[in-house]
Design a protein. Sequence first.
Length: 334
Amino acid sequence: MTHCSRRRFLTLAGGALLAAPLAGRLALAAPGDWPQRPIRYVVPWPAGGPTDTFGRVIANELATLLGQPVVVENRTGATGAIGVRHVARSEPDGYTLLAPNTTSLIGNVVATPEAVDFDPLKDFTPIGLFVDSSVVLWAQASTGIANFAALRERARDAERPLSFGTTGGGSVSELSVEQLARHFGLNLLKVPYKGTAPQVADLVAGHIDIGVADYPVAAGHFASGKLVPLLVIGRQRLPELPEVPTNFELGIEEPDFTIWNGLFAPAATPAQIVARLREALAVAARSEAFRKVAEGQGNRPIFQTGEEASARLRRELDSRRKFKEQIEQGVPAA
């Protein structure tokens, strides 16, 4: 090889080496011709709730980033199971995505495994989790229960059990209160509701004594003096309720009933599409638009990748199944 030929070869080779990382980034940014049409973003809860609100902001951000409309579709029913099942059976082509929360993807499987025909670990590819939410345990003001210590005293000594509202067997509203009842020996009577709104309405009206609801849902009744916050179910105190402790501060950490929302694709979705979605979701979850909505409702924006989401999903499934077994077997709280 002549000197000129060697120099030309090295120049071309060096250019190829320099171009390789860039080509990889371009391949990640543009996997084939996807997307070429609108993407369906399935929310398994009714419009207007927290999961729907978060989902619509994320969908708008993704539409801008991906260059195609991302259309929110509310497929509701069976505590979120209908929407989850629909996406599990959809084509894994990147055009149908699921925006679940903890209850719809974990709570149903733990509470009624015989009635749920999807596997959250096998039927989905996690894109990522984008927000953590805490709920609050509230008391009706006329009960005279001013804090959690007063609740413990009343629920131990009352001639009748205190009534608490629940929105379903796998819901945080039921499991978190059962967790408190077992841990502290509280005498409570469960009253089922079809949703948080009717539960809060009955709580405000005095038909039940305590209930669990997101801060934004109950904030107006708190401001008017009809509801009293007793405990935050989550890892961190809420800025809106700085004096109200968390269940973690009381030494109750497992199961972790912090509510998350995320984005999932059907299993077997092509790796390049999954990578593109994760890249876009990372940007959307950190956007100013999403941060304002999430933090404005007392929530914490996060971004946990697919791998982190998978590990969290498995851990929470295991801990909740163990908790359910302990309840069914009458095992005393630790």
